[in-house]
Ligand binder design. Structure first.
Ligand SMILES: [Zn+2]
Ligand SMILES: [Zn+2]
Length: 280
């Protein structure tokens, strides 16, 4: 099994691998830059080389790079949509430069134009990105909590995009907190079975490449995007254990995006996840 965390790139980007390795991560996720601003600093060759060398040495695989929060490829506003396309191109080229396997992508928010218009806009934007950047990294569409006008809280949204984006190099990242608050009851035994079957029927399990393993602060169907420590939220330990040991899921990389208030939070979540997975 491969279990890891979202880690900070503070200092220089290669230091993220040191942090992941010190925590015992076999996989990890990073932002390749400040996720809340438009401006980016170019990656330095020596940072990139050190990043690649350290990853190889520590056997951290796969590496997920998460999309910056400001990008909205579903926006009906022309200026924001165009800026999002430009930024997405820049960000996915950075991901390629780092040699990361996956670029985890939110589907954006339609901000009033409606689900259908938002999904069409997203596909148009992503197709423009792919035409221009021709990325080697695989784009992973992330399931979302469904807060506000954000897209991606229904498996049908993911299916629509898979059908309308002109690339085979595209997969899915399932966030356990997000789908739970979106209304998929993965906390119960039957609910998890039903959800996995439904996912397979609508999206296809062969498209699933990674799991964001997060417990949820919010109730089932609350659309509240607040992550909780593993086993301490609404999915609880029993639910997390079934997810980690599910025969259709356990070979996927599990990356936690759990709260980080104290240094020991990361150690605690790694330990809980490994124990629930049946590892030592
Ligand atoms: Zn995300
Ligand atoms: Zn996530």
């Amino acid at each position: 099994m491969r279990i890891g965390l979202h880690v900070s790139i503070a200092g220089s980007i290669d230091q993220s691998v040191d942090r992941a390795a010190a925590l015992g991560c076999e996989t990890m996720q990073i932002f390749s830059r400040n996720p809340r601003g438009w401006r980016t600093k170019p990656l330095l060759k020596k940072e990139v080389d050190a990043f690649k060398r350290k990853r190889k040495k520590e056997d951290v695989w796969p590496v997920l790079v998460h999309i910056p929060y400001i990008i909205n490829l579903a926006s009906p506003k022309e200026a924001l949509w165009k800026a999002s396309i430009d930024s997405y191109i820049d960000d996915i080229i950075r991901t390629d430069t780092l040699g990361a396997e996956y670029f985890v992508t939110h589907l954006g928010a339609h901000t009033g134009s409606g689900e259908k218009a938002g999904l069409e806009r997203f596909c148009k934007g992503l197709n423009a990105v792919i035409r221009k950047a021709r990325p080697k990294t695989m784009i992973l569409l992330e399931t979302c909590a469904g807060q506000g006008s954000f897209l991606g809280h229904k498996f049908e949204h993911i299916r629509y995009i898979l059908n309308n984006v002109k690339s085979r190099n595209i997969g899915v990242c399932l966030d356990t907190c997000h789908i739970y608050v979106a209304g998929y009851d993965i906390a119960s035994k039957k609910g998890l079975e039903d959800t996995v079957k439904r996912f397979d029927k609508i999206v296809g399990l062969d498209n699933l490449k990674a799991i964001h393993l997060n417990d949820a602060k919010g109730k089932l169907g609350s659309n509240l995007d607040r992550h909780e420590h593993i086993g301490k939220g609404m999915i609880k330990k029993a639910g997390m254990q079934r997810i980690l040991r599910h025969p259709k899921l356990r070979d996927l990389p599990f990356v936690m995006e759990t709260p980080k208030k104290k240094e020991k939070d990361e150690v605690m979540n790694m330990k809980t996840a490994r124990t629930l997975a049946g590892l030592k």
